[in-house]
Design a protein around this ligand. Structure first.
Ligand code: FAD
Length: 382
């Protein structure tokens, strides 16, 4: 089986690895440099506290890989697990948290509901009085996306995949319904399977095969700050879900701060967005983080920051399916694609080689859900 993977981000490289490991002849085409799309602009968060069973299952299957990644891939990952702390201000959010924790526990996630005062055990400077309810799961955490990408890239090469950077796929080739390969700016590649792992460019790649996938690029920003009070490394990734603000410890008291506080720009062109952060946004992000926890007082210093793209679908779930015979789509991760890449890579290999997925039942992730209006909304989106 010959496979062309479009995109050298974390999803494309994990897919390439699992395909090559199972014996496929794989060529990865990356139009820029590896990780130069969203992957290296990610916060690296890895959590099982999602609001739908399918996202929880993708997390659990991926976390099983992340846990053993350093041994399995002989690579560093800088995987830390101080947990994730979700915070609710509104009654409806708190009610949803209770239901979600019950669902997560049924699936084996050790998350629990906490009184905000008790959450201060994990986040000592939390403004507990501002919140109605918290949830915490000790196995959530974060890793270094750059290290993860390098690990998958090397493993894919060692398993026999050929990785071509500065090679753009200009069209997915079809003969009738079936896909027969790809045109690139460096010539034609015949293949039994083409994997669309083009992140924020996924809609454009799909369009060259005559398919419309509802995946939109959405700009999101991150900051590294020097907080007024150092954030200990034991503090969880903390999300104030009703304002959208989140933060997590970096090293030596510094913190990453993120969140999205305004309506989305149309952001139609993933090649033309501002990669630096906006100062107004940064001020708001630090203020909102400060509304959640006292670390971020007025003396907090903004260091560096950046913007990247989420690839968002209308229900904040990915599309993972064989869209046409020979065209496997793994797109639209809506801000969760770093953490879900290991499970997705294995599922892509299953769809390509076995014709169906067995690791996780991904039937809910087909693109036909948008036509049937059977959306599966993820609530825990930051
Ligand atoms: C600020 C920010 C914070 C985030 N935080 C988290 C987080 O905490 N946890 C989490 O799980 N996720 C997070 N994400 C989301 C995560 O980064 C993405 O979901 C993930 O990186 C998607 O990986 P990908 O491989 O699908 O896409 P990408 O990394 O974008 O890779 C797609 C690649 O395809 C290439 N490409 C596109 N078109 C073509 C073509 N025609 N030919 C050849 N190559 C092509 C691009 O150049 C690109 O390198 C965050 C994202 C941002 C922006």
């Amino acid at each position: 089986m010959d496979a062309v993977v479009v995109g050298g981000g974390i999803v494309g490289l994990a897919s390439a690895y699992y395909l090559a490991e199972r014996g496929a002849e794989v060529v990865v085409c990356e139009k820029g440099s590896l990780g130069g799309g969203s992957t290296e602009r990610s916060a690296g968060g890895i959590r099982a506290q999602f609001s739908t069973p399918i996202n929880v299952e993708l997390s659990l299957a991926s976390m099983a890989v992340w846990r053993t990644f350093e041994e399995e891939f002989d690579a560093e990952l800088a995987y830390r697990r101080p947990g994730y702390l979700f915070l609710a201000r509104e009654p409806a959010t708190a009610d949803a948290f209770r239901e979600q924790v019950a669902m997560q526990n049924d699936l084996g996630v050790p998350s629990r509901v906490l009184d905000p005062d008790d959450a201060r055990e994990h986040c000592p400077e939390l403004r507990a009085e501002s919140f109605r309810l918290a949830t915490y799961s000790p196995t959530d955490g974060f890793a270094d996306p750059h290290l993860a990408l390098q690990g998958f890239a090397r493993a894919a090469s060692e398993a026999g995949a050929e990785i071509r950077t500065r090679t753009a796929v200009t069209a997915v080739r079809r003969d009738g319904d079936a896909v027969t390969g790809a045109e690139t700016d460096a010539g034609r590649l015949d293949a039994d399977v083409v994997v669309n792992a083009a992140g924020p460019w996924a809609r454009e790649v799909a369009a060259t095969a005559g398919v419309d996938l509802p995946v939109a690029p959405r700009r999101r920003q991150m900051l590294v700050v020097d907080p007024e009070t150092a954030v200990p490394e034991s503090v969880p990734l903390t999300i104030d879900l009703d304002t959208g603000a989140y933060f997590r410890p970096e090293r030596e008291g510094a913190a990453l701060v993120g969140g999205h506080f305004s309506a989305d720009d149309p952001d139609r062109d993933p090649d033309a967005y501002r990669r630096s952060f906006d100062l107004d946004w940064a001020t708001t992000a630090v203020e909102r983080a400060g509304d959640a926890a006292r670390y971020f007082g007025p003396k907090t210093r903004i260091g560096r920051g950046w913007a990247g793209l989420y690839a968002v679908t209308p229900d904040h779930h990915p599309i993972v399916e064989e869209t046409l015979p020979g065209l496997v789509s793994a797109v639209g991760f809506s801000g969760h694609g770093f953490q879900h890449a290991p499970a997705t890579g294995r599922i892509v290999a299953e769809l390509a080689l076995d014709g169906e997925a067995s690791l996780v039942d991904v039937s809910a992730l087909g693109s036909d859900r948008f036509e049937r209006a059977e959306l599966i909304e993820e609530r825990n989106v930051a």
